[in-house]
Design a binder for this molecule. Structure first.
Ligand code: GDP
Length: 478
């Protein structure tokens, strides 16, 4: 809080004129009605020999953004949250099912598995949470909405097929989100399986096995024959240990919506991942632009729960609408506050839709650099042939204008795809297409997401436009 000079003078029991004089000495020309900030207030107060204790009011905005700090002493270890990514047909779904089934037989037989978008398994008395949607769509959708959900990615690579385009995409998605990768070399039961080739190919992308001096864990598995799964999960726990994942079970419950739908009988149902605190039946929850009292919670084995702690996925009923995947939720103390927050969010959403700021575009780049919003320009490079990709990336990465570096977060030969746009949207990147273009659908999504796609036919043009944009000398496009 700011305060007017007049009010502050009253508080200090001084004449406003005295304060105005002090302010002048500080180089501030002020009138009696002028607002001064807390820093200035502290300076003035100390001039008068008064120590000022600034008590911040309950910060609803901070609550809204879920940035409440937890006392480090209250933090306890929590299960890792894992997503499975990899090229199509390399065995993601088979692996997710295999891991899930291994649990059902091991624990409560007769439990009816519910596909709620996530599930938990137990290994060596510890839990691991899996997000149930294979592939990087879910991963990126969440990140695009500002939710960091995944702690560890299992990258599935078929040993008879090796590294494929979506393998590389998955790697880049994980890297952009700073999520560690455990490689599951799948289909080792096949006669033409060649796990060494997979290792060899992945070194190109910075994933080097420990026996070759790197720090990436490789686990050979057969998802189909249920081989090596236990070892894979142990490796995941090992990586989790290094991360020291923690949460405060006593803190304010908050987390992320994994998926949500309108159920005919039950109304809006949402699967949420609790990331902090303990969610309870009866809690008042705000999720995105919906809110309500939690009427019932069901876990992935169909069991009704009264409470759900950190890293637990649960399906909740009681919201007044269907939130979106990636929306964050927080428990509110009272229903009126919850409703106010939702209304505030809705109007803010409308405003943002009208302004469309935040996104980096070349036209806007210079201003954003000046404002300190951009220290690194993320780009995705797509070209018609691999040779052009490499040539472009090499030149682009050399660009350094006034300390702003260009970072290529993904590159590849081929057209510009929806996945490229999703990654760009999540990473605030621009897309550079060289002799390639997006199809109509991708173009539409890019427009929706405000992702800047630039198309070129000459390498020199790419360089000169990037550099001009960074120097604020880009000629406006008409
Ligand atoms: P996804 O597209 O990555 O989800 O791949 P799927 O899980 O659908 O698997 C694609 C195909 O590979 C299916 O026919 C699976 O049965 C098969 N598959 C998956 N894992 C294995 C494995 O470990 N060994 C063998 N031989 N086949 C597998």
């Amino acid at each position: 809080g700011a305060m007017s000079v007049g009010d502050f003078a009253k508080l200090l029991q001084r004449e406003p004129a005295e304060l105005i004089k002090r302010l002048l000495l500080l180089g501030v020309m002020a009138t009696i009605n002028q607002e001064i900030d807390t820093d200035t207030m502290e300076l003035i107060a100390s001039d008068f020999g008064v120590t000022l204790h600034v008590v911040e009011p309950v910060d609803e905005e901070a609550l809204d953004m879920l940035v409440e700090e937890d006392d480090p002493a209250s933090l306890v270890p929590r299960p890792p949250v894992v997503t499975i990514m990899g090229h199509v047909d390399h065995g993601k779904t088979t692996l997710l099912d295999a891991i899930r089934e291994s649990k059902v037989t091991a624990t409560e037989s007769g439990g009816i598995t519910q596909h709620i978008g996530a599930y938990q398994v137990e290994i060596a008395d510890r839990q691991i949470t899996f997000l149930d949607t294979p592939g990087h769509e879910a991963f990126t959708t969440m990140r695009a909405r500002g939710a960091q959900v995944t702690d560890i990615t299992i990258l599935v690579v078929a040993a008879d097929d090796g590294v494929m385009p979506q393998t590389v995409e998955a790697i880049n998605h994980a890297k952009a989100a700073n999520v560690p990768i455990v490689v599951a070399v799948n289909k080792i039961d096949k006669p033409d399986a060649n796990p060494d080739r997979v290792k060899q190919e992945l070194t190109q992308y910075g994933l080097v096995p420990e026996e070759w001096g790197g720090d990436t864990i490789f686990a050979p598995i057969s998802a189909l024959k249920r081989q090596g799964l236990e070892e894979l999960l142990e490796m995941v726990l090992l990586v989790a240990d290094v991360q020291e994942l923690k949460a405060n079970p006593e803190g304010r419950p908050r987390g992320t919506v994994i998926e949500a739908k309108l159920d005919r009988g039950r109304g809006p149902v949402a699967t949420v991942l609790v990331q902090n605190g303990t969610l309870k039946v009866g809690d008042i929850v705000v999720a995105g632009t919906t809110y309500g009292r939690v009427r019932a919670m069901v876990n992935d084995t169909g069991r009704r729960l009264k409470t759900a702690g950190p890293s637990t996925p649960v399906e909740i009923q009681g919201l007044n609408g269907v939130p979106s995947a990636g929306d964050q939720f927080v428990v509110y103390d009272d229903e009126r506050g919850a409703r106010n927050l939702v209304e505030k969010r809705m109007s803010r959403e409308k405003q943002e839709q009208m302004q469309n700021t935040a996104r980096v575009t070349l036209d806007d780049l210079y201003r954003q650099i000046q404002e300190g919003n951009v220290a690194e320009l993320n780009v995705i490079v797509k070209a018609d042939v691999q040779g052009s990709v490499e040539a472009l990336v090499q030149s682009i990465e050399k660009i350094d204008v006034s300390g702003v570096r260009v970072r290529v977060i993904h590159k590849g030969a081929g057209g510009i795809t929806e996945s490229d746009v999703a990654l760009a949207s999540a990473s605030n990147a621009i897309i550079i297409g060289f002799h390639v273009r997006p199809d109509a659908n991708t173009k539409r999504i890019a427009e929706q997401e405000k992702v800047d796609i630039r198309l070129y036919r000459v390498i020199y043009d790419v360089m000169s436009e990037l550099e001009s944009a960074m120097k604020g000398m880009l000629a406006p496009e008409y």
